[in-house]
Design a binder for this molecule. Structure first.
Ligand code: SF4
Length: 266
């Protein structure tokens, strides 16, 4: 059964579901419309993964404060984690695997608040499916890309009319980490530079730059944190996005939403 088929089945069975929208969603969707559409489909709760990103930042900051001698490579990018595990296992020791990714942190928060609901992560990344199934099977996260969500919409929305709520509210929301899917989003929103110093943070994105970044990290002990994402410019360029927008236009969408996004319940 594909993940789209799994979601269709869950919706048909009226399972209690939480949609967890990755912070890149404004590239593809108007926020008011997507929240209204998800609720019309049958999602009882709609939350932002930026909520978990704030927790990711908190965990990383606490760890680096408690372990000032440590040098770390960020771990929210499921592709980069797999790249290290398979191609450069000698760097595994640097991966901040004790810090939850935004998807995992959001899921843990959701499970605590809505224990009888199933978390459905909706985002730009196909490799998040592996993070969920291989690294966190106990959390039972269903992962769909935006492309797959489009397929669900095309199958169900024509027969499920929805009313557009101009000011729909999210069940869980966090503004401070809405820039997370851009490269350097973690470093910028976490305040980590205030803890370890500006020069100790290196931001890199793009698979072509990963090898060079690892060599630099190895040769330059002044780098305490390598904030790295496998897609060029970050998750805003993820493979699960269908968009003709340029990178600058995508960034603008994310920035606009970060500054002027929907009012939220919490
Ligand atoms: S940078 Fe790309 S591969 Fe990495 S988590 Fe984001 S979308 Fe996935």
């Amino acid at each position: 059964m594909t993940d789209v088929e799994k979601l269709l089945q869950l919706l048909k069975n009226k399972h209690k579901l939480v949609a967890m929208l990755a912070p890149s969603f404004p590239i593809m969707y108007d926020s008011a419309k997507i929240i209204s559409q998800l609720r019309a489909l049958g999602f009882e709760k709609v939350v932002e993964v930026s909520v978990g990103a704030k927790e990711t930042n908190r965990q990383l900051g606490e760890y680096m404060k408690a372990n000032p001698e440590k040098r770390l490579i960020t771990s929210p990018c499921a592709s980069f984690v797999r790249f290290i595990r398979t191609k450069h296992p000698e760097f595994v020791k640097y991966l901040a695997l004790n810090v939850d990714s935004p998807m995992v942190a959001t899921t843990k928060i959701v499970k605590e608040k809505y224990p009888d609901h199933l978390p459905v992560f909706i985002g730009p990344c196909i490799v998040k499916k592996l993070e969920a199934s291989e690294d966190y099977p106990e959390l039972n996260i269903l992962v769909l890309t935006y492309k797959e969500l489009e397929s669900v919409f095309s199958q169900l929305l024509p027969s499920t009319p929805y009313t557009l709520n101009p000011t729909p509210s999210l069940d869980l929301s966090e503004c401070s980490t809405r820039m997370y899917p851009t490269d350097g989003g973690l470093a910028d929103s976490s305040g980590i530079r205030n803890i370890i110093g500006n020069d100790a943070v290196k931001v890199v994105s793009g698979y072509k730059n990963c090898e060079t970044a690892l060599i630099e990290f190895q040769n330059n002990p002044k780098i305490k944190l390598l904030d790295i994402l496998f897609c060029e410019e970050g998750c805003i360029n993820g493979p699960g996005i269908t968009s003709t927008l340029s990178i600058d236009e995508r960034k603008k969408r994310i920035t606009d939403y970060a500054l002027n996004g929907n009012p939220a319940n919490s």
